[in-house]
Design a protein around this ligand. Sequence first.
Ligand SMILES: Cc1cc2nc3c(=O)[nH]c(=O)nc-3n(C[C@H](O)[C@H](O)[C@H](O)COP(=O)(O)OP(=O)(O)OC[C@H]3O[C@@H](n4cnc5c(N)ncnc54)[C@H](O)[C@@H]3O)c2cc1C
Length: 357
Amino acid sequence: MVLFQCGSGSYFLTARFDQTMSGTKGLGLFLVPASWNGQKNLYSIRRLKDKLGTRSMATGEIDFNGAYAFAVGRVEEGIHIVMDNVLHLSRLFNSFCVLGMARRAYTISRAYAQHRQTFSHPIIQYPLVMENLARIKVENSAMIAAMCATASRQDQYDVGESTDDNSKLLLRLLVNMMKYLTALWSVKHIHHALDVLAGNGTIETFSSLPRLLRDCIICENWEGTHNLLRAQILKDILKYDIEQIYLTFMQTELATLKKYSLHTQAIQVELDKLKSELTQFRQQSSLLQQLQIRQIVDKMAILYCALTFLLEAIDQQKSKKITTKLDGYQYFCLLHLEQQELKYDDDYLELITRIVS
Ligand SMILES: Cc1cc2nc3c(=O)[nH]c(=O)nc-3n(C[C@H](O)[C@H](O)[C@H](O)COP(=O)(O)OP(=O)(O)OC[C@H]3O[C@@H](n4cnc5c(N)ncnc54)[C@H](O)[C@@H]3O)c2cc1C
């Protein structure tokens, strides 16, 4: 049984409605009010669990014995309703949640680096500290761009502006791959933000960084582990050719940016490579596909981040006549898209200085 707290004193839970049906097919979705006719509903808390993070939100074992519940939709459809509504949306929320945690960690570590002096200089002036901060900021900003674009597509879908099957499948892919990347990278970002505070970073009473790190690790495992999300995407590739929907979408978006070919070139080159990798991927054995799907999803997610970050950067340049996001996009490409080795020269130093200043 799976339980989701949905606020307002009620719970969504899946429960087996037919004992003869095994697997997810026999699961219905139910809404369980915490109280019924002014009295506590018929459930009891067995015990609470002592967990690594998100401690302010209780996790525990609950027995439901004759509790009143409302079936949500047709019981036979339970698992689909959960996947399409509850899990899909909570994966989207999870991404914003971890990005917020990592942004907060960045803000704390940058402020600390401006004030903390070692060898007579604020540590933010040391290139390696600057580089660490620049990377966190840029990767976090690129993922925020990707999530805002995804949320906007979700809005369009929800108000009925785009309701075809491909829009739904594309949204599912974007949400699954971004849930995975945002959680994976945000844990790393908070960890590296904590490194900036060094000894102080480890002290629970000095800043919220230790708590943010623990909370973020929980969010990594919430709403689907990394492998589960990769496996879901693999299943969707094999069943719905979802990678073709993704490639068409990326290519259509890039076509709208013809004027900016100088900036889109890095994305186009990598997208073309991904296209041929996907063709080879299709011919692999099932076990190899399960192994290689990690690299494929990484590339798809990174390219989507790059594209949406570039769209934001162009928008910022047009409306505000500033290029801070373009700097960020350029650095993101250097880190993840450009094939040649990073050159640690004056241009590089100037770029990371502008990003963290
Ligand atoms: C604090 C907290 C609260 C939670 N609350 C809820 C909740 O309210 N409702 C809810 O439904 N769930 C909840 N979860 C459960 C969470 O979604 C599960 O942890 C998650 O589904 C993983 O299941 P599991 O722990 O059984 O791991 P397992 O399925 O045992 O996985 C163990 C490892 O094996 C890997 N693995 C498993 N299968 C495969 C595969 N096919 N291919 C490759 N690798 C694989 C996993 O990725 C993982 O690394 C909560 C989790 C936490 C940490």
